[in-house]
Design a protein around this ligand. Structure first.
Ligand code: SF4
Length: 356
């Protein structure tokens, strides 16, 4: 067989790092499409009705790419008492029933199941040695970290930009530099060039900005198309979003990670693990309040039990910790205009509250 084709679901900027990784492992990469209405409608059509929005978007993405005949689909596995644990398998079965039989390889965060992680890397490496695969992995990690760094910087700059849209333009230029970088040194140079692009954006440093924490389920936090570009939206309203999940902190899952600390903080309010990121969402709200943030937005896929449990505590937490919290439930009926109106009203309310 010639070069195998591989693909995966789009999840924010991480797609650029995974593309490089799989190419380095000897595959032809089918670029995952950015989720749109067509992808969502494909996913909705073939998903069980009860499935949550990440499941539907990811399935829709696979169905859109499947015509290109990928040999392998790489997907993330899930833990705990939520449906994520069997979603990958359900995706596989749905594709099988529709007559498609790609191989699926499921990954868990490396520090959670290290042996399993390295076994999967071994299984995945196609025409490369295990050592080369590990070097490629290290390089992809560097790219992932650089992508996160420039994204965080863009959030700080956008809220202070003088000319609307300049940060987004500079950020996308930076992404193209990182996309082209293929070696460790060129990734470093591309990161520096991307930072430089962002620093060139004229800003008003005197502007008073709001700091808004973003908590909730991983997929809707990481994929802007799934959260209606909420971070850009907030930036345009002179608010700096502070997301709790980045792929680089998620992959480091360990007793010392952000995740574990948030669960510990959540314990007095929610002592049980409820699956997904429910417990972390609770801990993160407490922690944002303790750090003096101005408000928190919880992103929750509709029917996501972990986030529903967390949501039930939000009115209490908001009052007790004295921090405004807005929960946005997201499903296929959610529209851009509705999200914008609610976020705008939330930001107005915080600004008003601070004047009083
Ligand atoms: S965390 Fe929520 S949205 Fe994600 S798979 Fe579990 S139930 Fe679905």
């Amino acid at each position: 067989m010639g070069i195998k084709k591989i693909t995966f679901a789009h999840m924010g900027t991480s797609a650029l790092a995974f593309k490089m990784l799989f190419q380095d492992l000897g595959y032809e990469v089918i670029n995952p499409p950015v989720p749109d209405k067509h992808i969502l409608s494909l996913g909705v059509k073939y998903s069980p009705e009860f499935a949550c929005i990440p499941f539907k978007i990811v399935l829709g993405s696979y169905l859109k790419i499947i015509e290109n005949n990928p040999h392998v689909i790489v997907s993330a596995g899930g833990f705990g008492p939520c449906r994520a644990g069997y979603y990958g398998e359900m995706h596989r079965r749905i594709l099988n029933e529709l007559g498609y039989n790609p191989d699926f390889i499921f990954f868990w965060p490396p520090l959670k199941k290290p042996l399993n992680f390295f076994k999967k890397i071994y299984q995945l490496k196609d025409k490369t040695s295990f050592i080369s695969a590990m070097i490629a992995l290290k390089r992809a990690w560097k790219k992932l970290k650089a992508l996160d760094q420039i994204e965080i910087l863009s959030h700080k700059i956008r809220a202070r930009e003088k000319n609307h849209g300049m940060t987004t333009y500079a950020f996308h230029r930076g992404l193209t530099y990182l996309d082209e970088a293929r070696t460790t040194s060129s990734i470093r140079e591309a990161r520096e060039a991307a930072v430089e692009e962002l620093r060139k954006v004229p800003v008003d440093n005197q502007r008073s900005v709001l700091n808004i924490g973003i908590v909730g389920e991983i997929y809707v936090q990481l994929e802007p198309a799934a959260n209606f570009h909420i971070e850009e939206l907030l930036g345009n309203m002179t608010a700096v979003p502070h997301r709790t999940i980045f792929l680089t902190n998620f992959a480091r899952k360990s007793p010392f990670s952000h995740d574990s600390k948030a669960k510990k903080i959540a314990k007095p309010f929610l002592p049980e693990m409820v699956g997904g990121h429910g417990q972390q969402s609770v801990g993160d709200v407490v922690s944002f309040s303790q750090q003096g943030y101005d408000g928190v937005i919880q992103l929750a896929p509709f029917t996501c039990i972990p986030e529903i449990v967390a949501k039930s505590l939000m009115p209490y937490l908001s009052k007790r910790m004295n921090i405004p919290v807005l929960t946005l439930f997201i499903d296929e009926q959610t529209g851009q205009a509705g999200v914008e109106t609610r976020v705008e009203a939330f930001i107005d309310m915080i600004q008003q509250r601070q004047k009083d």
